[in-house]
Structures are given as C-alpha cells and as structure tokens.
Design a protein around this ligand. Structure first.
Ligand code: SF4
Length: 247
C-alpha cells in the first residue's frame, strides 16, 4: 500500500505541521518575518533526510530539462566551493574515503559548519523557493515555530534570538518525535533479540544529494530503503530521476 509507506507518512506530517502553523498565525498581529523574498535561512549549512530528498525528486520529474540543468550545474559548483574553501571539512566528511569513517559526533559539532554559507540549490534568483510545496521539514519549521523546550542562539539574521522568538512563534513541540523519526528506518534485518532494528541513515545537504544523483549518476539509496520510502524499487527511482541523467 503506497499510503502506508514512509514517504506518504512524511507528506502527511508536512500537511499537519503546515496546518498547525497556519492556524497559529491566522489573524495574529505579530507575524513571522519568513515570507516570500526573505531567504535568510536558505544559505545556512543544514542537511535533510533521504526520504525528504526522494519527495523532492518526485517533484523534479515535472520540471523541464532546462530548469533542471541549472540546478544540476549549480549543485556541482557548490560541491566545488565546499571542496575549495572548506577543504578540510569536505575531505573529512564528504570525500568517498571519509564516508566510511564518518563520525556524527564530530560532524555536528564541527565549528566549520557555521562558516559555510552556500545558498540553497533550489533558491531562485528572486529569493523564492523553487520547490516550495515539497520543501523539507527544516524549511517548513525554521523561524515560524519552535520544537524544543529550551533553545539558545540565533535562528538567522532576521531572528536574532531563538529563545525570545517563541513569544510569537507556533509551538511545534508535539511534532518533535515525528520530526526526528523522519530519518529513522526500520531495518529488514533482525538483531540478536530477533527484533527489527532501527537505522538512521546519514543526512546530507540538498546540493550534495543532487550532485550525487545527477552529476555522479549514483543512487544514494539502497533498494530496501527505497522500499520503505514509497514501496519503490531502484528501477522506479531511476525513472523518477529522468532516464537521461542516470543512464
Ligand atoms: S528548499 Fe526552499 S526554503 Fe528550503 S532552503 Fe531551499 S530555497 Fe530555502
């Protein structure tokens, strides 16, 4: 059943979060500064989960080749920028050798992350989101809502304090576990106690996924993972990825 797949559950979560945010701001005098034309958070370094990228891919299938080519070229340029200007970070976490020894603990704490300001590969010249309807969870929630009990620091150059922003932001704490679970997958393998185990595949920046799947022509996903996303095989994904690019 497609509707029971991980991908559809994620889309359903998008819908419920959007409704909550919309209801929260309806009729309110104080609105979040996040509106069309503001892309303050779109150049920060962040990752999305595999299932969120597969959702975006399904949408890219509708794009014409010219528009898609621009995204693919831009993703390759961004990869080169990361390699050239943040070389140590790139080698440590994004080169093929590094992938095998990837340490999440270091990666998320690496101060270099906060020095990387590469615009999102889906940001238009006008500062609008080219995949608005299919944008990932972080883009739906950043700025407009809060998900944790206590947070400090800034959100972006428009929202200086995440702590004080919660006076007017939507309370999204009820979705916290579901948001985290968008990246957890039930492995098909049994562990020692004969239970299914949960695996957490590594997340990547969007331009990295685009570069892997289109420029390098690699599918970053295994068949069993694709199955849990949309009950989809690698062949179905290749069709989604537009045959020309992955042949
Ligand atoms: S997907 Fe859209 S909202 Fe998210 S960072 Fe990219 S341009 Fe911005």
């Amino acid at each position: 059943m497609l509707e029971s797949s991980f991908g559809y559950k994620t889309l359903d979560l998008y819908k419920r979060i959007d409704s909550k945010i919309e209801a929260h701001y309806k009729g309110k005098k104080k609105q979040a500064p996040c509106a069309k034309g503001c892309s303050a958070c779109c150049s920060q370094f962040f990752e999305i989960s595999e299932v969120e990228y597969v959702i975006i891919l399904k949408h890219l299938k509708e794009w014409d080749k010219e528009k898609l080519d621009i995204v693919i070229e831009t993703a390759e340029i961004y990869r080169q920028v990361l390699e050239k200007y943040h070389n140590e970070f790139y080698r440590e976490y994004f080169s093929e050798i590094a992938e095998e020894e990837f340490s999440e603990k270091h990666y998320y704490k690496d101060p270099e992350r906060y020095r990387i300001h590469i615009p999102c590969v889906f940001l238009s010249e006008e500062g609008a989101c080219n995949i608005y309807e299919y944008r990932p969870l972080v883009c739906r929630t950043t700025g407009v809502g809060y998900k944790l009990n206590l947070e400090f620091g800034n959100v972006c150059r428009e929202i200086r304090s995440i702590f004080w922003a919660r006076r007017w932001q939507a309370d999204l704490r009820e979705f916290q576990n579901e948001i985290l679970s968008v990246n957890w997958l039930e492995s098909k393998e049994h562990d020692d106690s004969n239970e299914y185990t949960t695996v957490e595949p590594r997340q990547y920046p969007m331009y990295y996924y685009v570069n892997e799947s289109f420029t390098k022509g690699k599918s970053p996903f295994s068949d069993s993972r694709l199955n849990s996303y949309f009950n989809m095989s690698k062949e179905d994904l290749i069709e989604i990825l537009i045959d020309d690019y992955l042949k």
